[in-house]
Design a protein around this ligand. Structure first.
Ligand SMILES: [Zn+2]
Length: 546
């Protein structure tokens, strides 16, 4: 049987693919000959949560990946928060189950797989591996040298916190990353006899975050510019790489998925300031130093930073480019930057919270709301309802009543109790509290696009049927792992939250394939063994380099 290919394209939107299908050869083939639909993401629709659910077939309350960072309730300090690594994922993944059954997998740049873990096959870590140095990013470790040689320095992702200031430079770097990935995918494919082959492209997510306003004529910050086509350019780029690759390798069973979709971002909602203004959150008395810094930040308003950024972007002077590499300048940028990954979700603000008087606060990349430990269990629902009521009365900057929808959080000390969307995710809640001013709305800046809960799903190849319906179906993200396992003839674990998507398979395939279900205990032990093997090879690597 040809190998099963699971192609991940972070943030790919089915609506955009359908809109551009006549210009996308690979996707047009998938649409015309295969089965496709939307793929409903996790709550929250955020890469770390969604991808780990794809790998395991389990909800975030089982994977414990709700966000990029690991939180605890009422953390008090930002150093109580840390970035999640592959060691945090204790649930068996598709490739752990494949490894336990001696099937060979290649996992290439899948998010949240840093450091790379022991596998029967190869693994190249995905984001946020680019934020680290130290551990190797490949298993086997020496594979990195091969890839470096092949593409003249392999990159997981560029460091966005620095380069986002220079759009053309950012585009050049992203283009480089995609092209190198294409070569690496071909190289690794040739290198082994794979049962399961899973490359992930992350670039579209970044491009849509930064450049949505250029292509979307209804965006409040729409600009006609040479960048208007840049989102299409990257869809086309990935399409060409995949088209070339699949024409070369011939017959294959292909699944293409994204972890969530994409749409416009019209502004930021400062949720912790809102909770402070409605009395759910209390801040400490401000010190002189804080007053001073608040004053400075009030003088340098968001708009001014945006203005400076705009000028920097327009000048494109090489000198400015060089300047930005100086450590002091970097520090200043990082201090002022509104949106770097870490600052966005951690909490400078945590030290300003008067915890004993606070009932609710928000933390994380989507501003999920936590109730504090001050609230007795019996009162929790009541307080949650009061927070909801306050949010339901929220007014947009235009004065119009905001359309706020609520999503259940999780019963866990590590997860928010409540998630919500404002105007169908057009406004992104962020957790900044003090320091700037007391406004609860800010214009979109740096990011002009954000996620949507519906991603893509395509199935194409000898095993799969063609979609006959006019109505596009919506599939569930938890069904991906069971579907892959079913296709590979591997057992589906009884505690997975999804099931194989039987309707995509041809009658002949269904006659051949068998549904096997197994208890997860054995595979959880297997994952633990692979993680301890990982610790061993990391240790010997660290000894060698030090
Ligand atoms: Zn994503």
């Amino acid at each position: 049987m040809p190998p099963l290919m699971l192609i991940g394209i972070d943030s790919a939107s089915l609506d955009l693919i359908l809109k551009w299908k006549d210009k996308l050869r690979f996707f047009r083939r998938l649409i015309e000959e295969g089965f496709y639909g939307y793929l409903r993401s996790t709550t929250p629709p955020l890469s770390p949560a969604a991808w780990t659910s794809i790998y395991t077939g389990k909800k975030p309350c089982k994977t414990k990946f709700y966000d990029w960072l690991k939180y605890i309730r009422c953390p008090c300090r930002r150093n109580h928060i840390r970035l999640r690594s592959s060691f945090d994922l204790r649930e068996p993944t598709i490739w752990d189950i494949a490894t336990a059954h001696r099937l060979k997998s290649a996992i290439i740049n899948a998010p949240m797989t840093y450091p790379p873990t022991y596998i029967n096959g190869v693994m190249v870590s995905g984001i946020p591996a680019h934020l680290y140095s130290g551990y190797p990013i490949t298993y086997p470790v020496r594979l990195k040298e091969e890839l470096d040689l092949l593409v003249d320095g392999y990159e997981v992702m560029p460091r966005l916190d620095i380069f986002r200031f220079f759009e053309y430079d950012l585009i050049k770097r992203l283009k480089n990353v995609v092209e190198k990935r294409g070569k690496v995918i071909e190289y690794l494919y040739e290198k082994g006899e794979w049962d399961f082959f899973m490359p992930v492209f992350f670039t579209l997510d970044t491009v849509q975050h930064y450049f949505w306003n250029y292509f979307d004529e209804n965006h409040p910050l729409h600009k006609r510019d040479s960048l208007s086509d840049i989102i299409f350019y990257f869809y086309k780029k990935i399409d060409s790489i995949l088209d070339k690759f699949f024409r070369k390798i011939g017959e294959a069973n292909i699944l293409v998925i994204s972890d969530h979709g994409a749409g416009p971002l019209h502004g930021y909602f400062l949720i912790n300031r809102f909770l402070a203004s409605t009395g759910f959150l209390k801040t400490k008395k401000t010190s002189i130093l804080k007053v001073l810094s608040t004053l400075i930040f009030t003088i340098v308003e968001m708009e001014e930073i945006s203005f400076i950024y705009d000028i920097a972007r327009r000048t494109r002077i090489p000198l400015v480019d060089k300047l930005i590499d100086k450590p002091l300048i970097k520090q200043i940028i990082e201090r002022f930057s509104f949106f770097p990954l870490m600052e966005l979700m951690s909490g400078d603000f945590l030290e300003d919270v008067e915890w004993s008087k606070t009932l609710a606060y928000a933390l994380g990349a989507v501003g999920g709301i936590f109730l504090t430990r001050n609230i007795p269990d019996g009162r929790k629902e009541k307080i949650k309802e009061l927070v909801k009521k306050a949010l339901k009365n929220l007014k947009l900057p235009s004065g119009k009543k905001a359309d706020v929808k609520f999503f259940d959080g999780y019963e866990s000390d590590e997860a928010p109790d409540l998630y919500y969307s404002i105007e169908d995710f057009k406004y992104l809640p962020i957790v900044h509290l003090a320091g700037w001013n007391s406004r609860i709305w800010e214009k979109p800046m740096f990011f002009t696009g954000w996620h949507r809960p519906l991603g893509v799903f395509f199935a194409h190849g000898p095993l799969f049927k063609k979609l006959k319906n006019d109505k596009i179906p919506v599939f569930d993200i938890y069904d991906i792992a069971p579907t892959v396992l079913y296709t590979l003839g591997l057992p589906i674990l009884s505690d997975m939250d999804g099931k194989p998507i039987f309707e995509i398979f041809s009658e002949e395939a269904k006659r051949k394939l068998k549904t096997r279900v197994a208890n997860s205990a054995k595979y959880r032990i297997a994952r633990r063994i692979y993680l301890s093997k990982t610790r061993m090879f990391l240790k010997s690597y660290m000894r060698r380099v030090s």
